[in-house]
Design a protein around this ligand. Structure first.
Ligand SMILES: [Zn+2]
Length: 614
């Protein structure tokens, strides 16, 4: 194992001091979630190269034990040849998780090293919930999802303020010396306490705030997930009050983002579709109204309530036979243990040079990648057996329900190299998708074992999209752009309208994929609720499961004013010293905090102007 020389580390410190922001200063994994550059963020960067060396050595030894040294050598070669990329090699944690809150309200935080006992009231639930999220996030490299957050919040709100609390929001519930507090104000105070704390830079995560995801449900999803579920006191989840609480939270969060660009939680609304129609009209129409008001959240629609999008990286099959009623939350305790992403542009060009079909070439690589992921899984199991992964031991999540993920990057670029038209109706482009994605899907299914299940996703590739393009250019490959796409369409193509993009992200393409791919619809202005509803119907027709809208928000650097519209001049002070906020990829962040490469990419994104041709 090679230790980074002191000279190099000193050079790094010099470079970091002069870098424009923390993301640009980072040499190994540029990340805009670190909004501040300071000594703590630099301290987190310093050991990263040694951590990568350590992780590679761990993988090398594990692969040698499991499959022999030739495969271990091949792993290092595949990494250095940049056909694969192992995410989060700078940390030793598993990737992301979607946890059940049941162990938390049963036993508090005592099983995972905290001191709080089980919460009994809304106040202690909210206070301890924050600690829970920090404790869980401390054991993962990526996101922490708590899809049941509002359902549990509702449970405690009903305990403290009555079963029909949601109809008495203007009642005074507290008399302070200076003012009276209504129930609405009280609930919003709890929202603020949780949301602002989670968005704080976390000391233990190198000043990176926690990636926190929550879910909204329509009636069918809610009833499917919480069917036969009881809280420890015998209470049952209540759809009528949770539905209204969801609305209250969404409205509050959308308004709060006018005060501060709050990145988290990343929200996903899960909607059930029956016979081509949204089953819960009321919830669907509410969501469209929220979009029209400028709210920014993901939408997941499926004709089966057996899958649920709990975080931006994952589409989970909720499998009946693994429902864990004792933990009370089927389909929740999941996530991705680790991700290895394929650089398809390079793979396609290598296959062409070797005169091997893409399908055969991909098959050989995937067979290796499954072994790499299996070895990684064994390492995670070693940690668990060594009692290091207490979140798993305490029942918040189950290792066997988590996925090992094959990421996709450079998909469009590979097709462009082959001269295939990037067109949703092109038979060639559809065949290209099948050759790659269906092949992987079938191999994933065949390779599944008791402790390993695989899925495929179009990874956001916040820093990887830029890295892959750079590496490929350096090694003489054809590189059409400086940051590889994360979609089935070309992100900078201004002629491609939002409706067409639903077709790109529709059944012909994402249908080949056994994981997530999110369509980011970039618009230069918000649409009306009716227009959003029309687009949502088009999503169903095209079979696009997962999408969001991005209208750049404007932030005035002089007076701090925030607008949900893309403006050239501050409406409050008239200043033009402006920054913008949009999703770097999955999450909303000031463009000024992005890495230099991603800022250039953002400048090239096509934001559709004008009403789509509905
Ligand atoms: Zn201003």
């Amino acid at each position: 194992m090679q230790i980074e020389s002191v000279d190099k580390q000193i050079q790094f410190i010099q470079n970091y001091m002069s870098a424009k922001n923390a993301a640009t200063g980072s040499e190994v994994d540029q990340n805009a979630n670190v909004a501040n550059k300071n000594i703590a963020t630099m301290a987190a960067e310093l050991p990263k190269k040694n951590m990568i060396a350590l992780n590679r050595e761990l993988m090398y030894r594990k692969l040698t034990t499991l499959y022999g040294e030739d495969l271990a050598k091949q792993y290092l070669e595949d990494l250095s040849h940049h056909i694969i990329y192992k995410h989060d090699e700078t940390s030793i944690f598993p990737y992301c998780c979607s946890i059940s809150l049941y162990p938390f309200i049963l036993e508090g935080l005592t099983k995972i090293g905290g001191s709080s006992t089980a919460p009994k009231h809304l106040d202690s639930f909210c206070g301890s919930f924050i600690n829970l999220v920090f404790l869980v996030a401390g054991q993962f490299a990526g996101a922490t999802a708590t899809p049941e957050f509002l359902t549990y919040f509702d449970h405690f709100a009903r305990i403290d303020y009555g079963e029909d609390y949601i109809n008495h929001l203007d009642d005074v519930v507290e008399n302070l010396k200076s003012k009276q507090i209504t129930l609405r104000e009280k609930l919003e105070h709890y929202f603020a306490q949780i949301v602002y704390t989670v968005n704080q830079p976390a000391g233990a995560r190198g000043y990176q705030s926690i990636f926190w995801n929550i879910a909204y449900f329509d009636e069918d999803y809610f009833k499917s997930i919480f069917k036969d579920f009881f809280f420890p006191d015998g209470d049952e989840p209540c759809w009528e009050t949770t539905k209204e609480l969801q609305k209250l939270f969404m409205k509050w969060f959308n308004k709060e983002r006018l005060k501060d660009i709050l990145t988290f939680p990343v929200e996903t609304a899960n909607m059930h579709v029956v016979n081509g129609k949204y089953a819960d009209e009321e919830t669907m129409n509410f969501m469209c109204e929220m979009w029209a008001e400028g709210a920014s959240f993901f939408m997941y629609q499926s004709d089966s309530v057996d899958s649920l999008s709990s975080c931006c990286r994952l589409r989970n099959g909720i499998e009946d036979n693994t429902f864990s009623y004792t933990l009370g939350a089927g389909g929740i305790e999941t996530g991705s243990k680790g991700v290895i992403t394929l650089n398809l542009n390079r793979i396609v060009q290598d296959a062409t040079r070797a005169k091997i079909t893409i399908k055969d070439y991909i098959t050989t690589i995937i067979n290796r990648v499954h072994k790499y992921l299996n070895a990684f899984n064994e390492i995670i199991w070693d940690y668990k057996n060594g009692n290091l992964l207490t979140i798993f031991n305490a029942g918040f999540i189950d290792l066997d329900r988590q996925y090992l993920t094959i990421g996709i990057n450079g998909f469009v670029e590979g097709a462009e190299y082959l001269g295939i038209p990037i067109d949703p109706d092109s038979v060639e482009y559809q065949q290209y998708s099948k050759d790659i994605l269906e092949t992987i899907k079938d191999l994933n299914a065949a390779a599944r074992t008791e402790h390993c299940k695989f899925n495929t996703e179009f990874v956001p590739g916040e820093s990887l999209g830029v890295k892959n393009a750079k590496w490929d250019k350096k090694d003489g490959y054809e590189v059409p752009r400086d940051c590889y796409n994360s979609y089935f369409y070309i992100v900078e193509d201004e002629t491609c309208d939002p409706i067409q993009k639903f077709r790109y992200q529709g059944i012909n393409f994402t249908g080949c994929c056994d994981g997530g791919s999110a369509y980011h619809c970039n618009l230069d202005e918000h649409l009306s609720a009716v227009q959003y509803r029309m687009l949502a119907d088009i999503a169903v027709i095209e079979g696009c499961n997962y999408w969001t809208y991005n209208v750049k928000n404007t932030i005035c650097n002089d007076c701090g004013f925030i607008s949900k519209h893309t403006l050239q001049k501050c409406p409050k002070c008239g200043g033009t010293n402006l920054d913008y906020a949009t999703r770097i990829i999955g999450y909303l962040k000031r463009v000024g905090a992005w890495s230099a490469g991603r800022q250039i990419e953002e400048g090239q994104r096509a934001y559709w102007n004008g009403v789509p041709r509905c």
